[in-house]
Write a protein that binds this ligand. Sequence first.
Ligand code: HAM
Length: 416
Amino acid sequence: MAEFQTSPGTRDILHPDSARWRAFTARFSDAAEAAGFHQIIPPMFEDLGVFQRLGEVTDVVTKEMYDFMDKGGRHVALRPEHTASVCRAFVQHRPTLPWLVWYAGPNFRYEKAQHGRYRQFDQVGVEALGSNDPWLDAEVIALGWNFFAGLGLRDVKLVINSLGDDGDRERYVEILRSYLSANSGDLSKESLETLARNPLRVLDSKRDQDAAIVAGAPSIRESLSDAAKEHFATVLEGLDTLGVPFTVNDRLVRGLDYYRRTTFEYVSTALDSAQNAIGGGGRYDGLVEDLGGPATPGIGFALGLDRTLLACDAEGVFAAPTDSTDLFVVDTTGGANATAIAAALRNVGHSVARAYDSRSMKSQMKQADKSGAKVTLIVGESEAETNTVIVRSMVDGTQRTIARDSLIEELKKEFK
Ligand code: HAM
């Protein structure tokens, strides 16, 4: 075994998977730009304080942060997500509102590594700052929904809830705390610990022992202010208008503490229930203020690239793009001719592969076959002497000899 392997929860993404990642991100950027979002590329690490604003009782902050002192004595952390960085950037640069941004990149959480749950994972996402409009919520949610549909995914469910405004949420937490405390004798040991830190998260418990208590818990719906209720109703109306099917689930609380009002998750029913959230998001109307900015509403989502691709595998959609090599050059004269021909053709935009190490004609032809190239160019001693090239179609096996200086023109016929 090699001395070094990737760390737990991290992976090498090799071709053709890497080509699939590239295609995924390209599709997302096209969809986001078409909806008026522009890219932001925040740094991968920030002052720890930025991420502490995600919530004092969030596992992401208390247990999973990759934080360290840098050589200048600053306490920094690798980002566990993008939303806090986007809000920090907003406060720092004060762009005009509304500010619509999209992003793509890795995030780091010290989680228990398993299939579909990694310590370094990629997200693509959007954030829209500066508007309370519930129609914006509907449009943002639809953007994620349509993106999944565009990949070919069919087994996706949108689950949505409202956590109300600041006061609503706090009021509900107390109601829930009393209810759960009164039933604490029936809760699992893990949920009892969660109850002490963050009662809302008990609703997330997937343990059988907790199921009956969670099912009987009071709903947040009754704790919502009239304004929050009306906002939520319009979001749902917006989703209907946009033809996005949804399930309202008043137990959906999500893992990060900054959510207010609209919260949602995209769930793949093709994946195991433990890791079936392929994306999630919501409103975080207090986060910009928490980071020292003016009161500014915000809504967004992040989609888990790694998990979405697992969902694509499970549904047999969005395969890796096939290799796109146009040409393969076989040279049995030592290799200098292949170098010159490949360079000339790459210069005019062709993708060109070739063999190295002066392999036999047979071995080079085998490589040409495997490369998926549409056309193979062959230079042997006699072609080198006469300044010609054999052009062989890999589709039907026909071949012809042409003058080397007419090669670029000739190939225009093959690659229109
Ligand atoms: P999140 O729910 O923590 O939300 O992550 C969003 C998605 O990232 C999840 O649904 C999942 O697909 C993926 N994900 C999270 N952790 C892991 C992991 N350890 N391994 C693999 N995939 C993972 C956020 O991050 C929020 N910033 C979303 C948001 C944006 N809310 C508002 N704006």
